[in-house]
Design a binder for this molecule. Sequence first.
Ligand SMILES: [Zn+2]
Ligand SMILES: [Zn+2]
Length: 174
Amino acid sequence: MRIDISEMISTSNKSGVYEITPEKDRYVFDGSSCPVRCESPVRVIIANAGERKAQLEVCGDLSVDIPCGRCLTPVPTAFHIEALHLIDLSKEADEDGSDRSVYMPDGQTVDTEQLIYYELYTRFPMKTLCRPDCKGICPKCGKDLNEGECGCDRDVPDPRMAAIRDIFKNFKEV
Ligand SMILES: [Zn+2]
Ligand SMILES: [Zn+2]
């Protein structure tokens, strides 16, 4: 959905309230396609904030299934979004220090899909694990090691370590 803010920008005391839901049922984060749900619509309030200025308030709760960083099991992760952005159309998008070019790609209307994506992206956790001691998947056979051992010999020496060992060996021989 696109929200035309031209009236809010030009008329004092003008505001608009919108209830939005993600149009797509999954978004791509860091190369993985993650299902996105929202229990109740995300609220967006846009209000005039002076000459060619508007204030954009966004508030909502969403859930994203993020794959575990070790075993790829989807981990339902809750996001609480609460943000206030100032849109100042008298300045260039990058001049006012905001990221509005992200959710207003055309510089005139708010792209609600981009807005939700932006809010999730800026809150995205660095690392997601299904549980703190997740054992991950076997790099040889792909078995989920949380379900049990696969029996593969995974004790492959790291080639970098081997190089260091060689250096030490030579050192001792001298
Ligand atoms: Zn895991
Ligand atoms: Zn294995």
